[in-house]
Design a protein around this ligand. Structure first.
Ligand code: NDP
Length: 247
């Protein structure tokens, strides 16, 4: 199996894209840490589904915006499965507002989770990934980080910030043989997209050449490739996966 018994951590894996990624890494044979923040029951469902596919998984509560909680999660990971080899920084939130009306709270919370969370989680697992034979950090950004989006200054800034973080980490981790890459999905059918009004969803759909929103499984397939050996010469890359939508 591609990831046989490799320890894989996925943040924000209780729902949506993170759930799809966690299940895909489980199907590839990984031992999966299913991180969640508030959706405990959903995270346990993901663990059950991974175990049904024949792999090992545990659910671990932790807010990515809090460094101590990420450190505690990395200790739990080591006790359960040993040091992490693959870290997928997926957890994310939105708090949309035009810049003129955006509050400091809306700015800080979105930047704190989407960008600060990647700092905290990667710090907590940094030595583990560097020590791994084929360490992997995979950051989940967004097409919005590439092109900006009306009402999402906070989210776009955080998601663009991941590009610089990815490229720099790739340089700093290359010596250890580990790779660091970033994916930039287009609009994907999850609870996050459900928050977008129906008429806006229709107009987005018109701009997607493949004429459908991504499913979490579409995104998970790319993450599986980046997590495995076959991507070992690819690092520091930003990979859009948008159904052909222009960015
Ligand atoms: P969802 O809203 O469906 O799920 C978000 C996940 O992140 C949940 O598992 C949630 O956990 C978790 N999460 C939120 N805040 C925290 C936190 N502070 N600490 C730990 N976990 C947290 O989002 P998506 O699946 O749509 O998005 C996943 C990622 O993909 C995000 O980074 C998003 O920005 C990105 N993305 C999404 C796109 C889309 O169209 N959907 C497009 C491009 C990128 P819980 O439920 O337990 O609180």
């Amino acid at each position: 199996m591609l990831l046989e018994e490799k320890t894989c951590v996925v943040t924000g894996a209780s729902r949506g894209i993170g759930r799809g990624i966690a299940e895909e890494l489980g199907r590839a044979g990984g031992d999966v840490v299913v991180n969640y923040h508030t959706s405990e029951a959903a995270a346990h469902e993901v663990v059950d589904s991974i175990e049904e596919s024949g792999a090992n998984a545990i659910a671990v509560q932790g807010n990515v915006a809090e460094m101590e909680e990420m450190e505690a999660m990395s200790e739990t990971t080591r006790r359960a499965f040993g040091p992490a080899e693959v870290v997928v920084n997926n957890a994310g939130i939105t708090a949309d507002q035009t810049f003129e009306k955006m509050t400091a709270e809306e700015w800080n919370s979105v930047v704190g989770v989407n960008l600060g969370g990647v700092f905290n989680c990667t710090q907590a697992y940094f030595e583990d990934v560097c020590d791994a034979d084929e360490g992997r950090v995979i950051n989940v950004s967004s097409m919005v980080g590439l092109k900006g989006n009306y009402g999402q200054a906070n989210y776009a800034a955080a998601k663009s910030g991941l590009f610089g973080l990815t490229r720099t980490l790739a340089l700093e981790m290359a010596r250890s043989g580990s790779t660091v890459n970033c994916i930039a999905p287009g609009f994907t059918k999850t609870d996050m997209l459900e928050k977008v009004p129906g008429d806006v969803q229709e107009s987005i759909l018109d701009q997607i050449p493949l004429n459908r929103f991504a499913a979490p499984e579409d995104i998970a397939g790319l993450v599986r490739y980046l997590a495995g050996s076959r991507s070992s010469y690819m690092t520091g890359q930003i990979l859009p996966i948008t159904g052909g939508m222009e960015w």
